[in-house]
Design a protein around this ligand. Sequence first.
Ligand SMILES: Nc1ncnc2c1ncn2[C@@H]1O[C@H](COP(=O)(O)OP(=O)(O)OP(=O)(O)O)[C@@H](O)[C@H]1O
Length: 258
Amino acid sequence: MATTLRIEHLVKRFEGLVAVNDLSIDVQEREIHALIGPNGSGKTTTLNLINSVIPPTSGQIWFRDTLLTGKPTFETVKAGVGRTFQNIKLFSSMTVLENVMMGGQKDVSHNMLRFIVDLRGSHREERVLREKACEVLDSIGMYHLRNETVDNLAYGRQKVCELGRALMTTPQLILLDEPAAGLNPSERREFVDILRKVYDSGVDLFLIEHNMDVVMNLSHRITVLSFGCKIAEGTPEEIQHDPQVIKAYLGDRFRTEE
Ligand SMILES: Nc1ncnc2c1ncn2[C@@H]1O[C@H](COP(=O)(O)OP(=O)(O)OP(=O)(O)O)[C@@H](O)[C@H]1O
């Protein structure tokens, strides 16, 4: 299998604090890779570095043959990397369909007003985006809710809607920032099923997550951070039994009976 996402000697300093410290990770094609670790260990910073929300102090990030480092966020999206956020970033008074359609505009975050004006001006563009958004909504079981305003949706459904918006750029890899956060157990099970479907459709996943049931059931490989440094990498089975990981993060949650 080829490497898709390659993180090489990544460092991020915030003044005196080293949030990410010489981090290297190779994510393979067709992999669900989780990044775990205690609060403040550098996970969100790493995600923000991958899709160029912030620049690194040093190091490089590659996605396939494209160097992402130094590129604006919309270029990382163009290269095939999508993203969802820990705190949902939807337009709450707009419908599900409109929110998902906006994901089809690669630079929409810079150009929201133009997007709305363009949609009104260009029936062809609107039709293409609408068709694609309907397909995406169908694939994630949200088509029947397309005309609901986001405000009226349960939190779990809003998260699925955000995932739908990320799918509009036809990503090859999606970065997921705590997909299970705030979900109740049944919403969580449903979301994991949807993520599996998205993966089965050919999209690789790189996620940050604190819920260890989700991480251990979903991931093929896991990288563990502590104070910005990688302390372990391996399969869920290896990580659950790694003494250093148990000490730094997992505690007794996965210790097997002696
Ligand atoms: N913009 C910033 N300026 C200064 N310090 C920051 C900034 N962003 C993050 N940090 C610090 O960098 C460290 C890593 O933070 P980060 O949010 O990446 O951790 P995390 O592992 O995602 O934590 P959590 O699980 O709580 O979300 C923390 O000490 C945090 O306070």
